[in-house]
Design a protein around this ligand. Structure first.
Ligand code: ADP
Length: 460
């Protein structure tokens, strides 16, 4: 009685459009590495902005003292404090708190958003216990992780280039992000100094590097996506002045904006057209957590309309944007029961539909198609970063290299993670891939930002 899985021509076409065979991955890895070179040559030289982080000193392990970190970048903001004890004692103690950002603040004024953040920080400051010690005569210092594209002007200042990940906060045009935070803190009478402005990728790289010298890059796969890596300054033509000759620095690739040669379906194009940033962040829209569920919803809607996926009627909730989330896709893909009961109940809870086994199987196929494409393309991006690093390294892929990974999508979606690793392995070959370690560093970005506040402290 149950129909075979491939009965829907919409599904078949979708799978074909999203396919990522090795030649496609090769193209993405090569072309993204070229975009990186072009972005380092001149500002505006490519889709990838290749932003200078002004982080020229990586954590050494010698950092000492008491520092705060604040992380704003998606669905949550986090605050953290850490007591650093130098080479011997390392991280003596940390405490952190997480606050979810009310939906309406994503569309509010910058003052409203930053007032909310400052009040969260204020509460956290009030809970500071005697485990933490500020050196007498010093102000508290904080590392600020702000995970949107920012044109950095120094280690502790930068201007928002554009909002991503569904944020559309007004009143930020041309304004220094740190100034916005400082003004909000002043309105609350908080006496604390922002010593470092970074994004979550840079924070994660700094945090991971504190524990392992072989860390060369960091990748975020959460609501949005980004990657950063350690670059030689003499490989950055757009970096002018005497500093350009020697040393290393972290480059934030802003790879979410990559767009060349990606395998896209009509559903991707429709979602992009309906988004608040049409034509932008196409790589991000193909691989990141904010979007996978919504693409799936659009596929299911088309299958309901044209292949009667859920019977004759179209459930109303299926018409509503962003009702299906990426964690839903993930949960459905974990169902290994014979009758796909968990898939059935998720479909019922989300859309209010009853589904038969053949429909459930097709839904799982849609989830698999998206996690496969997303994971494999993220893997191709990682290879692009490794290739770019290799440009100016004497030791080629023979050396051990660690890519620090963080973000809720990478952390929680096992199939996605496996496809990512598979993509890297296919592109590099087993031997070279064995030298590359893709390592999850959970919440490393908070510690990383605090470490960068320490290494950029005005007191040292
Ligand atoms: P941020 O919102 O700052 O990126 P996270 O790194 O925690 O924060 O990422 C949260 C995102 O991770 C969610 O928006 C979602 O897309 C994705 N995610 C969270 N849990 C899961 C899950 N179980 N399966 C798949 N994706 C998940």
């Amino acid at each position: 009685r149950s129909k075979p899985v491939s009965v829907s021509p919409i599904l078949t076409k979708f799978q074909k459009d999203c396919d990522t065979p090795l030649p496609v991955l090769r193209h993405v890895a090569d072309s993204m590495a070229n975009d990186m070179r072009a972005g380092l040559a001149v500002d505006g030289g490519s889709d990838l902005k290749m932003i200078l982080s002004y982080v020229d000193t990586l954590p050494s392990g010698n950092e000492k003292g008491f520092f705060y970190a604040l992380d704003l970048g998606g669905t949550n903001f986090r605050v953290l404090r850490v007591q650093l004890g130098g080479k011997e004692e390392r991280v003596i103690s940390t405490e952190f708190e997480q606050v979810s950002i009310p939906q309406h603040l994503m569309f509010a004024t910058s003052q409203e958003l930053f007032d909310f953040i400052a009040s969260g920080l204020e509460k956290f400051l009030e809970s500071e216990g005697d485990k933490f010690h500020l050196c007498p005569g010093r102000k508290r210092e904080i590392g600020f992780t702000f995970s949107f594209p920012v044109k950095q002007t120094s280690i502790d200042s930068g201007i928002l280039i554009k909002w991503t990940k569904g944020f559309a906060v007004s009143g930020m045009d041309g304004k220094d992000v740190v100034a916005c935070l400082n003004e909000a803190m002043e309105r609350r009478g908080l006496d604390i100094r922002v010593s470092a402005l970074v994004n979550d990728a840079v924070g994660t790289l700094a945090g991971a590097r504190y524990y392992d010298d072989d860390v060369v890059a960091a990748v975020i796969l959460g609501t949005g996506t980004n990657a950063c890596y350690i670059e030689q300054k003499n490989a950055i033509p757009k970096l002018q002045g005497p500093a350009s000759s020697s040393g290393k620095t972290i480059i934030s690739t802003e790879w979410g904006a990559y767009s060349n040669g990606l395998p896209l379906s009509v559903f991707d194009r429709e979602m992009d057209a309906a988004s608040i940033n049409p034509g932008e962040q196409i790589f991000e829209k193909t691989i990141a957590g904010m979007y996978l569920g919504e693409i799936a919803r659009r596929v299911l809607l088309a299958m309901a309309e044209f292949s009667q996926l859920f019977g004759k009627s179209i459930p109303e909730k299926l018409l509503k944007h962003f009702t299906l989330s990426t964690p839903d896709l993930c949960a459905m893909q974990q169902d290994d029961s014979n009758d796909l009961q968990a898939v059935g109940s998720i479909l019922y809870n989300v859309f209010g539909v009853e589904s038969d086994l053949s429909a459930r199987k097709m839904v799982v196929e849609v989830c698999d198609t998206l996690s496969k494409r997303g994971g494999r393309l993220a893997g191709a991006g990682i290879v692009a970063v490794l290739r770019k690093i290799e440009d100016f390294e004497d030791v080629k892929f023979g050396k051990r290299r660690v890519v620090a990974m963080d973000g809720g999508l990478y952390e929680n979606y096992p199939q996605y993670r496996r496809y990512l690793e598979e993509g890297v392995r296919e592109l590099l070959g087993t031997q070279l891939a064995n030298n590359v370690s893709i390592a999850h560093t959970k919440d490393g970005s908070g510690i990383g930002a605090a470490l960068l506040a320490a290494s950029n402290s005005i007191y040292t």
